[in-house]
Write a protein that binds this ligand. Structure first.
Ligand SMILES: [Mn+2]
Length: 332
């Protein structure tokens, strides 16, 4: 299953360069931050003579405990650098618009490939997280690479969050073997889980309020519509608004659940509706692709622009779930 060839090529490429820049996708999640932070710490420990920078344009509050990223560098300093782009399916989702200035780009990712980019690509769609791939990369070259505890901590964050605490179907024997390597460095998982999953009293109350507005289509698709007004009323960040999708993951018979989040671009004023699709058993990625999106089989994202499109997407999801249930009467 492991493709040692491509990993070897990537390690050789890293060795060729004095300057390496790590980038990931916009609106970063635990895997995007964890994989870049983790690989940065591995490379810094293993090749202290190299400059290894983590440069992106946005960040996420809930992974702030992993530490800050690096200060921007002048454009001309990209010219001789190698960019490692992690956890980012398409180039337009990169959170560093200078990436194209670099001499070469290596892509390491586990999203379903749609629009290829990069000079060298290591893509394994079945992987539960990019962090899992980075641990595998370390494990393949233990003689040449070091895994400091801070790297293990960051990588564990990505593995835990992208696999839904090792619950999603992509969680394999390899996933747990890679997690074991991280645990063996002595990371404090109690502290990590506390950082990731404890909520303020106010947000627990807010969640209860929001759950009251969940609706269900005839075939059982649950959905939430989080307007800009609601976000303002509850003082939600767009990250918190996005995460409301997870409140619907425990409803029997509702194998597809969707959050619609109204969004206004601060710079352009352009309004859009961000769609987060989640599912069990039935695949929602093709549906997301029909609405300017993509992602994973059971966790995908899309964008729509008005209520009419919201209704159309819901009707498609409802039909998809209806068909699935007709063929799989045993699924809950
Ligand atoms: Mn990921």
């Amino acid at each position: 299953m492991n493709d040692l060839g491509i990993k070897r090529k990537i390690l050789d490429k890293i060795k060729e360069y004095d300057k390496i820049i790590l980038v990931r996708h916009t609106r970063p999640d635990g895997d995007a931050v964890g994989s870049t932070k983790g690989l940065q710490a591995i490379l810094r420990a293993s090749f202290p003579e190299k400059t290894v920078l983590l440069l992106n344009e946005d960040y996420a509050d809930y992974t702030a405990f992993l530490g800050a990223e690096d200060a921007p560098i002048p454009d001309e300093e990209y010219a001789g650098a190698l960019v490692l782009a992690l956890d980012t399916g398409t180039a337009d989702r990169l959170s560093n618009k200078k990436t194209g200035l670099a001499r070469e780009i290596v892509k390491i990712d586990h999203h379903i490939e749609d629009k290829p980019y990069g000079d060298l690509c290591w893509i394994e769609e079945h992987r539960s997280s990019t962090c899992e791939m980075i641990v595998d990369f370390y494990d393949s070259f233990r003689e040449e690479l070091k895994l400091p505890r801070e790297a293990a901590e960051a990588l564990f964050v990505g593995m835990v969050t992208d696999s839904g605490r090792f619950r999603y179907r992509e969680t394999s024997g390899d996933t747990l073997r890679m997690a074991a390597i991280l645990l063996e460095t002595g990371i404090d998982t109690d502290r990590i889980y506390a950082q990731l999953y404890l909520e303020d009293f106010a947000s627990v109350k807010r969640e209860a309020d929001i759950l009251r507005s969940v609706k269900m289509t005839p075939n059982g698709v649950c959905y939430l519509y989080i307007s800009l007004k609601m976000q303002e009323k509850y003082g939600m960040t767009s990250e918190q608004a996005s995460n409301t999708v997870n409140t619907m993951d425990k409803i029997k018979g509702s194998m597809i659940w969707i959050a619609f989040i109204e969004n206004k671009n601060a710079a352009t004023g352009e309004e859009s509706i961000r769609v987060r699709l989640r599912s069990r058993f039935v695949e929602v990625q093709p549906l997301a692709c029909n609405y300017r999106g993509g992602g994973h089989a059971c966790a995908a994202g899309a964008t729509v622009y008005n209520r009419k499109e919201v209704r159309a997407l819901l009707a498609d999801a409802d039909r998809l779930l209806g068909d699935f249930k007709a063929q799989n009467p045993d699924c809950l």
